[in-house]
Structures are given as structure tokens and as C-alpha cells.
Design a protein around this ligand. Structure first.
Ligand SMILES: [Zn+2]
Length: 342
């Protein structure tokens, strides 16, 4: 009698099926829960004569294990089919979820703006290698033998004798352009440069410069000043004032540092401009006749001017960024602020 009942339960467990959560729950109620048919078998124990209790108990336990194993099997079946049905429920007409598109890096945007300004007044673009030989980085530019930039503490050398180094400025591109083109030359060379500097809020061992060069007959210092006046007003706004301070560079004569009126205080004096009302944006000067001759250009017939500016410096002044390291740390909280730029 018991045996027949138990066999019937076993075969109904074997035949049981479930295709969704509701059917799974129905199975659980029928075969697993306290009130299930298996539960009733356990409850029936009390009516079994003592000498049969052990054998009965073993049989019922087997049924219980069978019921639980089947339950696990059905859970897996329902779970895997529900994943499948989810993907087949994909509705292609729904609007897409928001994907953050990112933006142009502030240095790229600043470089692009500088290029636009100079392109409109006739400057083309030129590039040179980041690994440069001594001639293009130093000698052709009039650097004397004992100049500190030629020392290991200032420059990353890749090889000594012959000297090969990571370029310390984009002025090396001037030399390459003048060696390969005849005047008139009006070119802008943006690029990455390298110096052996300790990294701080104001200095980095890798940064970006943009070099400008104009060589033709009768190019004078007035052309240099007018070009840079134009640039400063386009880049920083019409109210911006520009001043030139006498300076020295090996490759220009005369040479001048370029200052603009402080963007923060408008020239009244503040922390950023150290109370002077002026901040430096770069260096400039008339190309030294020696440099022209080094590059095969007749210095009696042609003159030229050159200028160089740090792209980080321009971006920091324009957007009032206090720490140079932010440009390379890739912190999205910083980068996000420039998403709408240019
Ligand atoms: Zn100021």
C-alpha cells in the first residue's frame, strides 16, 4: 500500500515540469513544502509499526532527495529560459540609454584655437620629430657648446656622441622648415616637448609648445608685434593688452618675452600676476642671421621673426587652471568642465 503510493509519487516527480516562476512555486508547494505529498509521507511515519519505521524512513528520505534534486533542475531550467526570453523581448524602438560621449581635451581644444587664429592670417602647419639630433635642436639654433640645455640635468638624451635627445622646444621645426623651403615662409608648429624638470603645479617634464616663424623680404619687428597683438586679442579678448620685454634667446636677435595683461585682475594686480598686472605667455624675436645662414637662407636678402608659446600656459591663463598636472591626470571631474569648449 505504502509502496504503491510512494512509487506513484516518484513517477510524478520524474514527470514534473516547470516553465516559469509560478509553475516552479506550484512544484515547490506540491513536493517540497511541509504540506506537500512528501511532507505527508513524513507525517505518516507515526502510523507505521515500529519494526518497519527504519525501512519506511529510508524510502521517504529517498523520495525527498529526489524531489529536491528535481526542484534544482527545474530552477536552472526556468532561469536559463527566462534569460533567453529577455533577449528576445528586446525592443529596438525604445530610446537608447544615455551614453556619455566625452569631449575634446582642453589642450587639444586650445591648440586648435591657436591654429585657427594663425591660419586666418596665412600661417600653414608644419611638424617635426620628437626625437631630434643635436643640429636641429641646438647647433643650428646658435646654442653655444656650454649652454645648460645641452647638459643631462636639463635634457633627456637618448644617445651621446652623436647627441640625440627628446626635443626641448618646437624651435627645431623652424630649422627643418627653413632647410627644406624657400621664403616666403609663414608656418606654425605645435607639438610636444620634453625637459628634465621635477613635476609640480607649474612645471612638467612633458608639455606642449607652439612655434611660429615668418621669413620673407622686409619682415620687421613691427610685423612680429602686430601678429602677436592680433593673436592675444583673438585668444584672450579685445581688452587684452600686450607688452614686450627685452630678453635673450640664442636663436633670435633682438629677443623679447611676450606678456599680456592679467586675465584675472584685468591689470590691477593679484596673486596670479604677483601684483604686477602682467603674465608671460611666451618668447619671441627676430631670427638671428646666423640661424638663417645655418639653414641655407640668404640673411642679406631675407629677415624673419619667430615666437614660441606654451600651450599649457595659454590654457591655464584662459581657463584659470591653477595646476599643470590636471592636464595629464585624466580626472573626469576636471575634463568634464571643458566639454562644451570650442
Ligand atoms: Zn592679476
Amino acid at each position: 500500500m505504502h509502496q504503491e503510493k510512494i512509487e506513484a509519487i516518484k513517477s510524478s516527480i520524474a514527470a514534473a515540469d516547470a516553465t516559469n516562476a509560478d509553475e516552479l512555486e506550484a512544484y515547490r508547494m506540491k513536493y517540497i513544502s511541509k504540506k506537500s505529498v512528501v511532507g505527508e509521507l513524513f507525517a505518516g511515519m507515526r502510523d507505521i509499526p515500529n519494526e518497519q519505521k527504519k525501512a519506511y524512513g529510508q524510502t521517504v528520505n529517498e523520495v525527498k532527495q529526489l524531489a529536491e534534486a528535481k526542484f534544482q533542475e527545474l530552477i536552472e531550467k526556468v532561469n536559463s529560459s527566462s534569460t533567453k526570453s529577455k533577449s528576445s523581448d528586446l525592443d529596438l524602438t525604445l530610446p537608447p540609454s544615455n551614453i556619455s560621449a566625452g569631449g575634446v581635451h582642453p589642450l587639444t581644444a586650445t591648440r586648435q584655437r591657436i591654429i585657427e587664429i594663425f591660419e586666418r592670417i596665412g600661417f600653414n602647419l608644419s611638424e617635426g620629430p620628437e626625437i631630434e639630433d643635436d643640429w636641429h635642436n641646438f647647433t643650428a639654433l646658435n646654442f653655444p657648446e656650454n649652454h645648460p640645455a645641452r647638459e643631462m640635468q636639463d635634457t633627456f638624451f637618448i644617445e651621446k656622441n652623436p647627441d640625440i635627445a627628446l626635443r626641448t622646444h618646437t624651435s627645431s621645426v623652424q630649422v627643418r622648415v627653413m632647410e627644406n623651403q624657400k621664403p616666403p615662409i609663414r608656418t606654425l608648429s605645435p607639438g610636444r616637448v620634453f625637459r628634465n624638470e621635477a613635476i609640480s603645479a607649474r612645471a612638467h617634464c612633458i608639455f606642449h609648445q607652439v612655434e611660429g616663424l615668418y621669413v620673407d623680404e622686409n619682415v620687421g619687428f613691427a610685423d612680429l608685434k602686430n601678429t602677436l597683438y592680433h593673436f592675444a586679442k583673438e585668444m584672450f579678448g579685445k581688452e587684452t593688452k600686450v607688452r614686450f620685454r627685452p630678453s635673450f634667446f640664442p636663436f633670435t636677435e633682438p629677443s623679447a618675452e611676450i606678456d599680456i595683461s592679467c586675465q584675472l585682475c584685468g591689470g590691477k594686480g593679484c596673486n596670479v600676476c604677483k601684483g604686477t598686472g602682467w603674465v608671460e605667455i611666451g618668447g619671441s624675436g627676430m631670427v638671428d642671421p646666423n640661424v638663417l645662414e645655418n639653414c641655407g637662407i640668404d640673411s642679406k636678402k631675407y629677415t624673419g621673426f619667430a615666437f614660441g608659446m606654451g600651450i599649457e600656459r595659454i590654457a591655464m591663463l584662459k581657463y584659470q587652471i591653477k595646476d599643470l598636472r590636471l592636464f595629464t591626470e585624466n580626472d573626469v571631474r576636471f575634463l568634464k568642465q571643458f566639454r562644451s569648449m570650442v
